[in-house]
Design a protein around this ligand. Structure first.
Ligand code: SF4
Length: 369
C-alpha cells in the first residue's frame, strides 16, 4: 500500500507545511530561483535519509525514495518525527481529513467518529495552495460541515487564489441552513461538488442506517436548499442488505424529486471500521443480485441523470454495465487478488479495497479473458 505518513527529522517546535522539490542535481542558484517559501529542495541523499533545505530550515525524510515524493506537500509533525503527505503530486486521490467528529453513526462507516478534534484548517489551506496544476482535492471526515465557517472560508480563499483547482467535499448534508447563503454564494459553485449520502426513499431505513432520527427529513430540506444555491450535488448510496430492495423506489424518487443532482453514485461497501464489524449483516453480493442495481441505474439514466457504480470490481458487473463502473477506489487503498492475475480488464478495473476479506464477499468474480 502507498504510505500516507512518512518518517522525518526536523528541528522545529511547531507543525509546519512544506513542499518537497527533488530536483535532479543542478546548480543551487537555479533551485533557489524556482522555490517558493514553502518549498524545500533536495540537497543530498545518503544512507541516513534524504536532506532538503529551504527558507524554513533543513528537513530529512527517511525510508522513501525522494523521486517518489517530488512535489508532495507534507504536514510535518516534528515532535512525532512524522509527516502526513497531504498532497501526493502524482496522485488523483488527495483528501484532507478535516475532522474525525460526526453527528451520525452510520452502520458501515469506514472512519468511525471520535470526539476529539484538532483544527488544522490553516495547514490544509496552505497545502491546497501548493497543489499541482488542475488538481481536485477531496475533503472528508468525520463531518466537515460541523466546522462549516472554517470550511467555507477555506474553499473561498483557495478557489479565489487558484483558478485551476476544484474540490470534492463529502458531507452528510445535515448542517446547511439559510444563514449559510451568503458564505456559500462567495464560493465558486462550479468548482465544488458536494458528495452527500441518501440511502433510501424510506425515512425509517435511512435514519436507521445513519443512526440519527430525523436525518432523512433534514437531508431532503437541505438538498432543496443546495438546489436553490445551484450547488453541484453527487448523491451517494452505499448498497447494503437493508436498502437493496428499496433501490428502485429510491431511483424513482430521485427522478421525480431530485432531478437537479449532478450524479447518482451507487457504491459498494468498504470492509473497515464499522463496515467490518457489521459486514456479515450488511454486505450485499451484487455479483449475485445485480438485477435491482441495473433496473435502478437504467431508470435514473433514462431521465438524463448521470448514474455510476463506484467501487465495483468489473468482473462482478454484467458486461453491459461495466462502462458505468470507473476505477474509483483511491490508489493508496486499492488492491488486486490472486483471481486478477491475467485479467484483461485489470488496467481499467479499480479492483478491491486493500482490506477486502478474502473469504467473504462476491460469489462471482474472476479474471476476464
Ligand atoms: S478479476 Fe480482478 S482485475 Fe479482473 S475484473 Fe475482476 S477484480 Fe477486476
Amino acid at each position: 500500500m502507498i504510505p500516507l505518513r512518512i518518517k522525518v527529522e526536523a528541528n522545529a517546535d511547531q507543525p509546519f507545511v512544506v513542499r518537497l522539490r527533488s530536483f535532479e542535481a543542478d546548480g543551487r542558484e537555479q533551485k533557489t530561483e524556482q522555490l517558493n517559501p514553502f518549498d524545500v529542495a533536495l540537497e543530498r541523499v545518503g544512507p541516513e535519509g534524504a536532506d532538503y533545505v529551504g527558507e524554513g530550515g533543513p528537513i530529512r525524510i527517511l525510508g522513501i525514495d525522494p523521486a517518489k515524493v517530488d512535489g508532495d506537500v507534507l504536514l510535518v509533525n516534528p515532535w512525532r518525527g512524522t509527516a502526513d503527505r497531504l498532497i501526493r503530486s502524482s496522485s488523483l486521490h488527495n483528501t484532507f481529513l478535516v475532522t474525525e467528529r460526526c453527528d451520525q453513526v452510520c452502520l458501515m462507516c469506514s472512519q468511525p467518529p471520535k470526539k476529539h478534534h484538532v483544527d488544522l484548517f490553516t495547514y490544509f489551506e496552505t497545502a491546497a495552495l501548493l497543489a499541482p496544476e488542475g488538481a481536485t482535492i477531496g475533503i472528508s471526515g468525520g463531518e466537515p460541515t460541523l466546522f462549516k465557517a472554517q470550511l467555507f472560508e477555506l474553499l473561498r480563499r483557495v478557489l479565489d487564489a487558484r483558478a485551476d483547482l476544484s474540490f470534492h467535499v463529502l458531507t452528510n448534508g445535515q448542517h446547511f441552513e439559510e444563514g449559510d447563503w451568503h458564505a456559500m454564494n462567495l464560493i465558486d459553485r462550479g468548482r465544488v461538488v458536494w458528495g452527500i449520502p441518501l440511502y433510501s426513499r424510506d425515512p425509517a431505513v435511512h435514519d436507521q442506517i445513519v443512526g440519527k432520527e430525523g436525518a432523512h427529513t433534514q437531508l431532503l430540506k437541505n438538498l432543496a436548499l443546495l438546489c436553490c444555491l445551484g450547488a453541484q450535488v453527487e448523491l451517494r448510496t452505499v448498497l447494503m442488505h437493508p436498502n437493496a430492495d428499496g433501490l428502485p423506489s429510491l431511483a424513482r424518487f430521485i427522478t421525480s424529486r431530485l432531478p437537479f443532482i449532478r450524479t447518482w453514485a451507487l457504491m459498494q461497501m468498504e470492509n473497515i471500521g464499522f463496515g467490518r464489524m457489521n459486514w456479515k449483516d450488511l454486505f450485499y453480493d451484487s455479483s449475485e443480485g445485480f438485477d435491482v442495481v441495473g433496473r435502478s441505474l437504467d431508470l435514473v439514466r433514462s431521465r438524463g441523470i448521470d448514474a455510476w457504480l463506484y467501487n465495483f470490481p468489473l468482473c462482478t458487473v454484467p458486461e453491459g454495465y461495466r462502462h458505468l463502473a470507473p476505477a474509483t477506489i483511491s490508489d493508496w487503498k486499492r488492491a488486486y487478488r490472486d483471481e486478477c492475475d491475467g485479467c484483461s480488464l485489470k488496467a481499467v478495473c479499480g479492483g478491491f479495497f486493500d482490506w477486502h476479506p478474502a473469504n467473504h464477499g462476491y460469489s462471482n468474480l474472476g479474471a476476464i479473458q
